[in-house]
Design a protein around this ligand. Structure first.
Ligand code: NAD
Ligand code: TYD
Length: 347
């Protein structure tokens, strides 16, 4: 399948979020003939400014709406003559899913279901963005394969796994042309500072403590968002319909190693590190085998250390993006999540 016969009209749900906005910028850069309609509810994580450089581009349109609004999704797809839906829209933070889980089911499960229904009605291809968290945490001698059972352990991961199951069921029952990619932990520009790498980078720049959950030996594959975008593109252009593909570097590091890279990149003291009360149900290790996508011709550009360092540098160079977030609405969440955990902890 080539770009030309794939689609020139994409509905990118969640396109104002971290990965969605990076994908929109990447896709329009690579496929100048394309048209992209960003469909986004603009939650706290969805920010128009993530695509500030592109809103004047006649190839890009923003529709503000909820993916659970079937009438608006349908009419947008019809009016804009969409033929491919790429679904990034989701509630995405594990800690938020522990504090308030129901919205995760509303958006991640029901919202995805609505997109599947509209795709079925209108005969559209749907590509669904999923996560390595659906596999649950993996033992030290294993890497998750696409065929592994889904064993999610947080409300976030469970809602993403449920969505994956619905996407698979629509392929089998209705023959809907779908693909799924499961991404590792992404880092890079425009990631909301609730996630570990941007939280640690911005705290370090502000001289605030770095709250490491538990012993900090939990392992993650920190992949650059650029490589996630090229991986999704590879699946859209060359992937097999009906298939699932893992996207990551295939290499993981501990959170303490990640913190070291962040602090060293920013030239900040390791005295900022605080070990705080662990996250309930904290998955010990994620690790995916990514050979299936490599066999289709994809290769990551960044290793995890470069990815984390590049991300930390971006936060140092783009304070104007994150300062209004950190000093505004984010503060209430931060205090709720960390004030008690950090109280009284000395370096
Ligand atoms: P994000 O939280 O930065 O952005 C989510 C976007 O979805 C926001 O723009 C938000 O406004 C929008 N949104 C939320 N609810 C919506 C709704 N009901 N209707 C329409 N739009 C809605 O998330 P992200 O990190 O960019 O993640 C994007 C996708 O990638 C998600 O599906 C996530 O599960 C998946 N993923 C993320 C990571 C990661 O490390 N961040 C890794 C693997 C997979
Ligand atoms: P996060 O970015 O929330 O991604 P996920 O939980 O989806 O993997 O967290 C990455 C890792 O960092 C994870 O092991 C939890 C840990 N972490 C902390 O130690 N402290 C924090 O304040 C946060 C947000 C995460």
């Amino acid at each position: 399948m080539t770009t030309d016969n794939l689609s020139s009209r994409l509905l990118v749900t969640g396109g104002c979020g971290f990965i969605g906005s990076n994908f929109v910028r990447y896709w329009l850069g690579q496929h100048p003939e394309s048209r992209v309609v960003v469909y986004d509810k603009l939650t706290y994580a969805g920010r128009r400014e993530n695509l500030a450089d592109l809103w004047d581009d006649p190839r890009l349109l923003l529709v503000v709406g909820d993916i659970g609004d079937q009438d608006l999704v349908r009419s947008t797809c019809q009016q804009e003559k969409i033929d491919l839906v790429v679904n990034f829209a989701a509630e995405t933070h594990v800690d938020q899913s522990i504090l308030g889980p129901l919205v995760f089911t509303d958006t991640n499960v029901r919202g995805t279901h609505v997109l599947l229904e509209v795709a079925r009605e209108l005969g559209l291809r749907l590509h669904h963005i999923s996560t390595d968290e659906v596999y649950g945490h993996v033992r030290d001698d294993h890497q998750s394969m696409e065929t592994d059972p889904l064993l999610p352990r947080s409300p976030y991961a469970a809602s993403k796994a449920a969505a994956d199951q619905l996407v698979g069921a629509y392929a089998i029952t209705y023959g809907l042309p779908v693909t799924i990619t499961r991404g590792a932990n992404n880092v890079g520009p425009y990631q909301y500072p609730e996630k570990a790498v941007p939280l640690f980078a911005t705290n370090a720049i502000l001289g605030e403590p770095i709250p490491v959950y538990g012993d900090g030996l939990h392992m993650r594959d920190y992949a650059h968002v650029y490589d996630h975008c090229t991986g999704i593109e590879t699946v859209l252009l060359h992937g097999q319909i009906g298939e699932v593909y893992n996207i990551g570097t295939g290499r993981e590091m501990t959170n303490l190693d990640m913190v070291d890279i962040v602090l060293d990149t920013l030239g900040k003291s390791h005295d900022l590190i605080r070990h705080v009360t662990d996250r309930p149900g904290h998955d010990r290790r994620y690790s995916m085998n990514v050979d299936k996508l490599k066999a289709v011709g994809w290769q990551p550009k960044y290793d995890p250390k470069e990815a984390v360092a590049e991300a930390a540098k971006w936060y140092a160079e783009n304070q104007t993006w994150w300062e209004p977030i950190r000093s505004g609405e984010f503060r209430e969440y931060y205090d709720r999540q960390y004030a008690e955990r950090l109280a009284g902890l000395e370096p």
